[in-house]
Design a protein around this ligand. Sequence first.
Ligand SMILES: [Zn+2]
Length: 399
Amino acid sequence: MMNIDASAMRLLNRASVLRYIRDHKLTTRIAISEATGLTRATVSSLVETLLEEGFVDEVGYGASSGGRKPVMLRFNADAAYSIGVDVQISHMTTVVCNIRGDIAYKNVRRLLNAQTGQKIDQLSLLEWIQTEVKAALAHVPPSPHGITGIGLAVPGLVNFTTGFIYHLPNLSISNWGIREVLQEQFALPVYVDNDANCGAFAEYEKRNVPKSSIIYVNAGIGVGVGLILNGQLFRGRDGLAGEFGHMTIEENGVPCSCGNRGCFEQYASEQSLMRYLEELQIHVSPSAEISSILEQVIYESYLGSEKYQFAFERLGTYLGIGMANIANALNPDEIVLGGRVSMAYKFLSERMISTFKQRAISQNREIPIVMGYVNGVAIGAAGIAMNESLFASPVASVG
Ligand SMILES: [Zn+2]
């Protein structure tokens, strides 16, 4: 067991008391003491601090169990806010969220050049992130603690601990120390994470089922997977865990940007949808953006076009195969489909779920596959920033 000094221990206890109050509608000091195993004196002292800091309110008295009536405590979700930025290839979503992840402000900006369909370069992307964060800061509601941090979700390989972006394949951006630039400009802690990790975190926080395992399949122009295993976001040694988008599902399949062939991402993403349309002899204008093609196919499917629906069924089949592989490896409680492809859930879910049930081992077949919620990645980015400043265990930083 690591040695923890008294102040680190107090921070650790403070985080668990605050987390308990957050996760219960109304509670009392006695209930916190019983649930956390901390002495009543320790709980009282920590609650006193949290009351002063505005994270907790006293709201009347509860029923007596013989002695004095206990004072009821309630979490103040609006005591602080954080900013979440979800950078995608075609657009960027920026939110301001309170501690519970409720959105107080949201803005969506296009990143692709509407005329040329050209992707954004590194410098322009930095400028847009700076502009969007500034706009978000101007819309933060008044609160005791203001903004606690900024979370940045990016579609690619990033080391969360160092904030260093290794590679954003679909944006052609590599080796980028963006965290330092933003931290210096805004004088706030900045956390950079993979977008699928952020989506997974938001889904886990929403469910609030301790120790559960959630697989978040983020299918957009590429496919990334975020892993919550036994209640913890699993990032791996270098922060690169969850790259299931590059597991091989076809031996001699389509070449992938990673250098391999037949990757899951080449069969279950928006890019693969375009290929399926071409194979069905459906003409896609070469100047059309991938982002608008997905919407077009959804529209045609609603109108009842069987060819377009067939393209979604192929996508659903491969999603089901990939999800079965992941479920067989990790045996999660739930699988969530997020990302832009989830907009077509209605047209691909039947095939996705039936394929999953055929391919997964029998014990895994009943694992629910559900649709992720809107803005989940941006909310998750804000949530990770909030979590690091309010609830993260200080043990990791104790030498
Ligand atoms: Zn690949």
